[in-house]
Design a binder for this molecule. Sequence first.
Ligand code: NAI
Length: 505
Amino acid sequence: MHALDNNALVAVIGAGAMGAGIAQVAAQAGHPVKLYDNRPGAAAQAIDAIDRQLGRLVEKGKLDAAARSAIVARLQPLEAIEALADARLVIEAIVENLEVKRGLLRQLEALCAADCLLASNTSSLSITSLAAGLHHPERVIGMHFFNPAPLMALVEIVSGLASDPALAQCLYATASAWGKQPVHARSTPGFIVNRVARPFYAESLRLLQEGAADCATLDALMRDAGGFRMGAFELTDLIGHDINYAVTCSVFDAYYGDFRFQPSLIQKELVEAGRLGRKSGRGFYDYAAGAERPSAAELDSAAEIATCVLEGDLGVAQPLVQRLKDAGVAVIERAGSGLLRVGDAVLALSDGRLASQRAGEDGLRNLVLFDLAEDYTQAARIAIACSADTTPAARDQAVALLRRAGLRVSLLADLPGLAVLRSVAMLANEAAEAVLHGVGSAADIDLAMRAGVNYPRGPLAWADAIGVGAVLRTLDNLQRAYGEERYRPSLLLRRRHAEGRRLHD
Ligand code: NAI
């Protein structure tokens, strides 16, 4: 089905952060837009704020003055909701409360034409539930924008049980025509992004709780090895712990307490202390004027390394070998199972087992595990964890070798799956589960995670790059190490692995 014609009147209800942003997006796309808020004067104030914001774009030369005037002229504030009876699309962005939103939808159904689409920007309520009780629940569809709506590309087009697929397609095409990157999602708790992103926060919080390293080190690893824009601690400080914790709790409750989504006591404590992040001046980090930002811990080594032995190949980590060769390290290659030997140390990419456990099971001494990197040709940092028998000299040799490859080396306590590998394995697991349950297609889920939360790769494509078998093994090993259902692999991973297929096949 085609996009709405851009002459079609769009009404936005709720002139807060999201409503104002959505109104701006629709007006920029050429629609006449009516904006209503039940707080008198709020809609007009929001339009003034949009005008000032567009003014700043004009000053920077990013928008011409005539376009600014045209956009603002298309925005009309309303003082009475009845005046939007002629809208073709109404998008509500009012308070996140099921009963209040349902009341509004009932009012809109009585007010608007039969062919008017009713969209909700809810981030956590069920579209099925919002539409229930209406005479025409088929025209209620989620249109979930991300904050700030004029800048963030992603829009989740969310269908409830009764939503008409043709109308969902119309909103998809409309969001696309507005310059957005839409994806289809089935109405399930958290839709795509707020569900699939949970392990990104959860695994870092757990690593912190279990004493793997400090926040600054873990954040640096997620950035410099994982390729994420921010680590989980700096990101949740930015989002606000009250908001991030509430989303986790809501997803956890909605999935009947599934341990995969279990909230973190560390984050709860921050909320209780009022340490909400940047907005309150303190979260995991201190934002007071003059406060020093802690730096990531890293290991130095005085060991001199000229040679190492590569047994087999390192799989996804193989580019490290080229980095070593480029740095002038002589690499002696022989058959084997993916180990790098230097002096007394043996290095291997983590497979989700504890270093000490793997050392015992595989009969290896001085075992130093290293972490996954998003791109081993570029990574600036890598995490390691050492088996308990690793001597200081062997550890020094391993660190020196990795430093020769141009990597900063951060030591983690011996925890299964290190930092990036376990986070990515759990993101891929959640994404696979969402595919299995028909929440979205593999392509849409990956796209949503890249466009909605700026992940360097979609979790499913990432799992394909690492190998479905390797991700499955990592999760199986994490589950074995913790004995917890939280790490149970999705049936889809196991099935695809058994079939010899990729997740994107
Ligand atoms: P907000 O609190 O900034 O704005 C809500 C606005 O709705 C207020 O101006 C309020 O006066 C108005 N309002 C409340 N009840 C109303 C009613 N019955 N009729 C008309 N106007 C009413 O909230 P925000 O952040 O803009 O969120 C709005 C919606 O968007 C919520 O459903 C939220 O879950 C969702 N959302 C929020 C995101 C965010 O990052 N803030 C991201 C994506 C979705």
